[in-house]
Design a protein around this ligand. Structure first.
Ligand code: PEP
Ligand code: MN
Length: 337
């Protein structure tokens, strides 16, 4: 259910509606818009008593939300959400480019990559300190030391940091050091992690699960918003299909559709999506043509020596070329509001 306030509703009237919602044991989600404030209601089991809310001062109308996803949908918030990652807007007219190694390997490696991707045009630094690896014997990341290294790289380059939290308990640490918390593909339906991130003070980059439908993807985002964190970025990173010619299949079909249904920004990670470094650039171009708000890519100064995901990691020259593509693609007429 969504309560739309009148354009001239006062802050007191908005507060009054919030109190009335909470008095019934529901959760209120005020969503300020360009014209008026809307207030989403979640936590109700059955129907909400519509006439009660319709009669409150300042209320224009009470409308049922038809989709399963509510807070993430454009029905509830027609204007696009711009997420602020350490001062860098994601979801606005500027396309956001996040770059960095798959894993933080050392201070030296991270500083060198961060400096070079910044000079090449990156706006955000990515890199895993906690790595979700298929094998328990593979490099698992440097843990908190990796987070300290990322913070040092931010200090020097000014690039805000996006890094993964593997579980709900790990969010405290990641939240302390990072500018955005990444939820990895394998964790897209880790509900305790989603709920914890919903209470976090930092934005969340939510990656699509390996076999998740768009509805499941949006419902996972809904978990985070339902807990009160509205700063969520969706990231398509490829799904499993029958094909054997690439690591995953980058599902760009999802980009325009996610943008139609949801107000949340949508980034694309062509590195994991295709899995081979020579194909990252064409897929990056395609992602922007499909309407992505930006890209997340694995970049290393010596890709062949990368501790993880070396085969899909591009070098800095290739990255610079992609940033040039971004400049070209930015001039395309926007497909969506
Ligand atoms: C990553 O970004 O390095 C990563 C592990 O991504 P994903 O969760 O999409 O596999
Ligand atoms: Mn990786």
């Amino acid at each position: 259910m969504l309560i739309v306030m009148r354009q001239d509703a006062t802050p007191e009237q908005i507060q009054g509606v919030v109190r009335a919602i909470e008095a019934r044991g529901f959760k209120a989600h005020p969503i300020p818009g360009a014209q008026r404030t809307a207030i989403g209601i979640t936590g109700n089991r059955g129907a909400v008593d519509r006439p009660v809310f319709e009669s409150l001062p300042g209320v224009l109308e009470v409308i049922p939300v038809t989709h399963a996803y509510k807070l993430v949908s454009r029905e509830v918030k027609p204007e696009p959400t711009v997420v602020d990652v350490g001062g860098v807007p994601v979801g606005g007219p500027e396309l956001a480019v996040a770059a960095g190694p798959c894993a933080v390997e050392s201070l030296e490696q991270t500083l060198v990559v961060a400096r070079r991707v910044r000079r090449a045009g990156a706006r955000l630094l990515r890199g895993g300190a906690f790595k979700p690896r298929t094998s328990p014997y593979s490099f698992q990341g440097l843990g908190e030391e990796g987070l300290r290294i990322l913070a040092a790289a931010r200090e020097e380059t000014g690039l805000p940091v996006v890094t993964e939290a593997l579980d709900a308990e790990g969010v405290d640490l990641v939240e302390k050091y990072a500018d955005a918390i990444q939820i990895g593909a394998r964790n897209m339906q880790n509900f305790s992690l989603l709920r914890r991130c919903g209470k976090a003070s930092k934005p969340v980059l939510l990656k699509r699960g390996l076999a998740a439908t768009l509805e499941e993807f949006l419902m996972s985002a809904e978990y985070i918003l339902a807990e009160g964190n509205y700063q969520v970025i969706l990231c398509e990173r490829g799904v499993r299909t029958f094909n054997s010619h690439s690591r995953n299949t980058l599902d760009l079909n999802v980009v325009p559709l996610a943008r139609q249904i949801s107000h949340l920004p949508v980034l694309v990670d062509p590195s994991h999506g295709v899995g081979m470094r020579d194909r990252v650039r064409p897929l990056a171009r395609a992602a922007l043509a499909a309407g992505a708000h930006g890209l997340v890519m694995e970049v290393h100064t010596h890709p062949d020596t990368a501790y993880s995901d070396a085969q899909q990691t591009i070098d800095v020259d290739t990255f610079r070329g992609i940033v040039e593509d971004v400049e070209v693609m930015r001039k395309l007429a926007p497909l969506f509001p």
